[in-house]
Design a protein around this ligand. Structure first.
Ligand code: ATP
Length: 396
């Protein structure tokens, strides 16, 4: 067993902490996670590290990567590798390689540094593209001119890091970005969605989105996608767990055609589509909510088919017309109100089990919303009064 482990240790030629953790260390920021790059047998290193840390066995993926889950966050371990792109925006072909090749395949110079963890050269910085210099100059720079063509999602990463770190895009990188916008259409909906989720999860999401819009990166997703000033202000205050609410705010103000296009482009799950297209659906019928004489049951009729994120977005971003108070009443109270009686009460009162029960409960619910019944007894009385007499079973 010992011989087996030491043989496998011999297969490990280099171990480096790489990427964001190195960047954050230099910037004196706390890294979110730790990425390790192993020259040689990454599988052996991952297994040995997991044993050393008392963690579960590492999980593995098709891209020669391994993950160790710790309470403090994951450690991702990759086999140092080179990458080549058969076609632009495709997933890369990978082959095991040196640490320098591994750093050169990365997105930006500031993310392309490694620090050795091997005892023989512990602490050595490997920085083939002068990421250290770019950190000092506070700039995001790509490693080569085809970077955004190879992987257009890097353009979204560029503005995300720039906003997060308070950096700007190095001028040539900015030029390359402007020239590469047309490549965004080659990116799959799933990858775009992932980038958008990462943006919305950033504490500096407002600044990221502002930059993305300014650089044409929102329009590159779908021509109608733009974000108003009020929406940006609200986004700064929205909790990042609530992605559907944020999406509804981001897309607030798009017309039905634009929203449909955005939803198709992201190709997301039903909740994404609803949040994106709910806004225009609501906007098309919302003026009715300004009418002076409107029963609460009618408010429920209008708003119940609309996805909740769209209503919340309208309350937050929309104009302060009477409709707003009606939406607030719906969100806070109306949608939760239901009769005291249930279908079982009606069955117990002798009404045969049938679809009629559901209809009667609905009728009682509307009457309750509109203040026409105030107690359980009144609800029961109303339900019975609306039922043709022959449906009520005679008392035993
Ligand atoms: P964060 O603090 O956001 O986690 P990070 O730098 O750790 O920042 P990850 O998305 O975890 O970012 O990626 C880890 C590293 O992998 C990056 O630092 C970068 O070197 C590399 N990387 C990630 N995505 C790409 C990409 N699309 N193209 C090239 N390199 C990438």
């Amino acid at each position: 067993m010992c011989r087996e482990i030491s043989t496998r240790i011999d297969d490990i030629q280099g171990v480096y902490v790489v990427g964001g953790a190195v960047r954050d260390l230099i910037l004196d920021r706390k890294p979110d996670d730790v990425d390790i790059s192993v020259v040689g047998n990454a599988a052996a290193f991952s297994e040995l590290l997991a044993v050393r840390l008392g963690a579960n066995a590492p999980t593995t993926s098709q891209f020669l990567t391994y993950r160790i889950e710790l309470a403090s966050g994951p450690i991702d371990i990759v086999t140092a590798r080179s990458e080549s792109y058969a076609t632009p925006a495709a997933l890369p072909d990978v082959a095991p390689s040196s640490i320098v090749d591994d750093l050169k395949r990365r997105d930006f110079t500031v993310n392309a540094m490694g620090i050795s963890l091997l005892a023989t050269n512990w602490g050595n910085l490997v920085d083939p593209a002068n990421g250290f210099g770019d950190i000092m100059r506070k700039r995001i720079r790509v490693l080569h001119d085809a970077s955004f063509v190879d992987d257009p999602t890097r353009m979204y990463r560029a503005v995300r890091y720039a906003a997060r770190l308070g950096f700007s895009l190095e001028p040539h990188t900015h030029e390359l970005l402007a020239q590469s916008l047309g490549n965004v259409e080659r990116v799959s909906g799933a990858r775009l969605r992932h980038e958008f989720e990462l943006i919305l999860a950033e504490p500096t999401r407002v600044e990221v989105l502002r930059m993305a819009e300014e650089f044409g990166l929102l329009g590159a997703i779908s021509p109608g996608l733009r974000i108003g000033t009020k929406a940006l202000e609200i986004l700064g205050r929205t909790s990042p767990e609530n992605i559907e609410d944020m999406l509804a705010v981001v897309t607030f103000g798009l017309n039905a055609g634009e929203a449909d296009q955005v939803a198709v482009r992201f190709d997301g799950p039903a909740a994404w589509n609803e949040s994106i297209t709910g806004g225009p659906r609501l906007a098309s019928l919302v003026s009715v909510l300004d009418q002076e004489k409107l029963q609460r049951s009618e408010v429920a009729d209008i708003l119940s088919p609309i996805p909740l994120p769209a209503i919340r977005a309208y309350i937050a971003v929309g104009p302060p017309l009477p409709r707003r108070n009606r939406m607030i009443a719906y969100m806070d109270k109306i949608r939760f109100e239901k009769p005291e009686i249930t279908g079982d009460d009606l069955i117990a009162a002798g009404i045969p089990e049938s679809p009629v029960i559901g209809k009667l409960i609905e009728l009682v619910k509307r009457a309750k919303l509109d203040g026409q019944v105030h107690s359980r007894e009144e609800e029961l009385k109303l339900a019975k009064s609306r039922l043709p007499g022959f449906l009520i079973a005679p008392k035993q």
